[in-house]
Design a protein around this ligand. Structure first.
Ligand code: ADP
Length: 318
C-alpha cells in the first residue's frame, strides 16, 4: 500500500515540486501516473523509494512510514519493492539467468530456492529460450522483460515502473504493459509512470495525472481504443482490465510451483557475488548511462542493490 498524506516537496533551490499531494494506492491496484515534463512524477518516485524526504506530510509505503525510517533500515524497506527503469539496468557480462539470480544471491537466498525461483520468473516473462543469452543479444522489449523478471524475483508487494516503455518500439510497448497487467492479476501492486498517452488510453484503469506538483485527475477509466469512458462505478464492480498476455499459460503453469521463502544460506552474500562476477573485472551497468563510482565487484550487496535500483547518494529535497 502506498499513501501520501498532504505531501509537499520543496527543493533547496526553492522549487515546489509537489504541493500538498494526497494519494492512496491499495494493495493489488494498477495505476498509471501521467503528467508532462517537470510535473513532479520523478519527485514522487524518489519519495516512494526514499531517495528524498518530504518537506512536509507523511509518506507510507508497504507499511513503512518513510518519514521515520532509519537509514540502516532503507535496504530492508527497498527489498519490499521491485523497480523497472526505462534504461533496463542489466549487467552486460551476465546472462539473463545470472542477471536475475544475482538479486537473490545478494540477499543470501538459498541456492535451492534460487534454482527454482529464477526459471519460474523467466517463464513468467516468456523468456525461457533466452535464459543463457546476454543482454546485448536481446531486443529492447526482451531486455525490459528481463528487468521485470528481476523486479519480480524477490516477490515484491509493489513494483514501480518508471517509463518502462520509453526505450522500446511502440508495438512492443503494449506487450510490456500487458505483462505488467498479468503480474498485477497475480496480486502485485503496480505503479507505472508514463508519458505515452496512447498506451494509457488503450489499457485504461486508474489514471493519476500530476500537473504542476498537484494531482489534477485521479480516476478509473475504461480502456477502449481511442475512446475514454469515465467509469467511476467500475471500482465498485471490481472492474479489471483484460491482460491477454501471450504468457498467461506460462503464468498459470508457473504459479503452480511451490516457492518457499528464502532461508539462511551456507554461503555469505559476498562469496556469492564474487562467484558470479568474472575474475573481478570492472563492470558497468548496461544502459545506465553512468559507471558506478566503485567497480561492481568491490561493492557490498547493499551497494549493488542500490546501483541497480538507481539510488543516488547525493541530491534531494530539504
Ligand atoms: P517530472 O518527473 O514530472 O518531469 P520532476 O519531479 O523531475 O518532474 O520535477 C518537478 C520540478 O522539480 C521541476 O520544476 C524540476 O525542475 C524540479 N526539480 C527536480 N529535481 C530537482 C532537484 N534535484 N533540485 C531542484 N529542482 C528539482
Amino acid at each position: 500500500m502506498v499513501e501520501l498524506k498532504n505531501v509537499s516537496v520543496t527543493y533547496s533551490t526553492g522549487v515546489d515540486a509537489l504541493n500538498n499531494v494526497s494519494l492512496k494506492i491499495n494493495d493489488g491496484d494498477f495505476a498509471f501516473v501521467v503528467g508532462s515534463s517537470g510535473a513532479g512524477k520523478s519527485t514522487m518516485i524518489k519519495l516512494l523509494l526514499k531517495e528524498i524526504d518530504a518537506t512536509s506530510g507523511v509518506v507510507t509505503v508497504n507499511g513503512y512510514n518513510l518519514n521515520k525510517l532509519r537509514k540502516r533500515k532503507i535496504p530492508e524497506f527497498r527489498r519490499t519493492l521491485g523497480f523497472v527503469f526505462q534504461d533496463f539496468r542489466l549487467i552486460p557480462s551476465m546472462t539473463v539467468y545470472e542477471n536475475i539470480a544475482f538479486v537473490l544471491r545478494v540477499i543470501d537466498a538459498p541456492i535451492k530456492y534460487i534454482r527454482k525461483r529464477v526459471p519460474y520468473v523467466i517463464s513468467l516473462v516468456g523468456l525461457h529460450s533466452k535464459t543463457n543469452s546476454y543482454p546485448d543479444e536481446l531486443s529492447g522489449g526482451e531486455k525490459q522483460r528481463v528487468a521485470i523478471a528481476r523486479a519480480l524475483v524477490n516477490d515484491p508487494k509493489l513494483i514501480i515502473a518508471d517509463e518502462p516503455t520509453g526505450n522500446i518500439d511502440p508495438e512492443l510497448s503494449y506487450e510490456i504493459v500487458e505483462l505488467l497487467k498479468s503480474i498485477n492479476d497475480q496480486g502485485t501492486t503496480i505503479l507505472m509512470v508514463t508519458h505515452e498517452h496512447d498506451l494509457v488510453r488503450h489499457f485504461g484503469g486508474r489514471i493519476i495525472n500530476i500537473t504542476g506538483g498537484e494531482i489534477v485527475f485521479d480516476e478509473v477509466m475504461l480502456g477502449a481504443g481511442d475512446d475514454l469512458i469515465s467509469d467511476q462505478e467500475s471500482i465498485q464492480y471490481g472492474y479489471a482490465l483484460e491482460a491477454a498476455s501471450p504468457d498467461s499459460e506460462a503464468l498459470q503453469a508457473a504459479s503452480a510451483i511451490d516457492s518457499p521463502a528464502p532461508q539462511k544460506p551456507e554461503n555469505s552474500a559476498d562469496a556469492l557475488v564474487d562467484a558470479i562476477l568474472k575474475d573481478g573485472e570492472e563492470q558497468e551497468l548496461l544502459g545506465a548511462g553512468e559507471t558506478p563510482d566503485i567497480p561492481i565487484d568491490q561493492m557490498t550487496p547493499d551497494e549493488v542493490i542500490a546501483a541497480i535500483s538507481g539510488e543516488k547518494t547525493s541530491g534531494g529535497a530539504e
